[in-house]
Design a binder for this molecule. Structure first.
Ligand SMILES: O=C[C@H](O)[C@H](O)[C@H](O)COP(=O)(O)O
Length: 257
């Protein structure tokens, strides 16, 4: 299918990441959430039935569960495994040290479990998500999953800690967004000086009673793939190396293996 702009960039990133990180030897694979991840599943399907025989795919939420089932791939459950070979997931913003904001779709809790479990965790996104400091392009704040009973107290504590938090409200539903785990989501904007140290901010937020998980992912990623408007892909790897992939083939090499 011919795609342009941001959608084409998402697909490039997803295809390049699958080509690099999902080989014939990888059998346990985590599938993340969001609008970029369907292209990850497309590329895995393109690898062919032989490559996918014996593989099991674990979802990070309702959306990716549906993607796996509709693609005809084998669905696994998180409590059957304690490790995964690879998880590929989207991101709302990634900084130059591969820290990221995630949870724009309220999936950060399950996403972080599958990131923790994976030997290799990589992110895929379009060029708008590639930045130096978190909060530069993603302005709606850090997504925080909270137990419904505690939300008012968590809002107050986040405000005391210098944040500007709001309870995320449903778009086609009256009342708050409810996560796949039955919890509420708070989005909290923090000043740049706090966003510059995401690992410290993560610990401060996570220690608030009533917080289940925070959409700040630190020290987890091996690489981030960003699709660009010119058809190239920028790869940021752990350790700071940045690479440009000029173009991505239409068909994955593994399909003919
Ligand atoms: O909760 C949602 C996830 O963290 C997504 O991976 C993130 O919001 C990125 O989604 P998209 O690929 O649609 O930009």
């Amino acid at each position: 299918m011919s795609l342009t702009g941001v959608e084409a960039a998402k697909r490039l990133a997803a295809y390049a990441a699958v080509d690099r990180h999902i080989g014939l030897e990888h059998k346990l694979i985590g599938i993340g959430s969001g609008s970029t991840v369907p292209y990850v599943v497309d590329r895995i399907v393109q690898q062919g039935p032989k490559a996918n025989a014996g593989r099991v795919f674990l979802p990070t939420g309702f959306q990716s569960k549906e993607l796996i089932i509709k693609a005809g791939l084998a669905l696994g459950d998180v409590d059957q495994y304690t490790r995964l070979d690879v998880t590929i997931d989207g991101a709302d913003e990634v900084d130059s040290n591969l820290n990221s904001i995630k949870g724009g779709g309220a999936c950060q809790l399950r996403e972080k479990v599958l990131a923790d479990m994976a030997d290799t965790w990589v992110m895929v996104a379009d060029y708008r998500k590639n930045s130096e400091v978190l909060g530069t392009n993603w302005k709606q704040g850090v997504p925080i999953e909270v137990v419904p009973f505690a939300y008012a107290q968590v809002l107050a504590t986040l405000t005391k800690q210098g944040g500007t938090p709001t309870l995320r409200m449903g778009k086609a539903k009256a009342g708050p967004v409810v996560s796949d785990n039955g919890n509420f989501i708070i989005d909290a904007v923090f000043p740049k000086e706090q966003m510059l140290k995401p690992a410290e901010l993560l610990v401060r937020i996570k220690l608030i009673t009533g917080v289940v998980e925070v959409g700040l992912f630190t020290d987890l990623a091996k690489a981030a793939y960003f699709g660009n408007e010119d058809g190239s892909v920028t790869v940021r790897a752990l350790g700071g190396k940045v690479e440009q992939i000029a173009s991505v083939p239409d068909v994955p090499a593994i399909a003919s293996a």
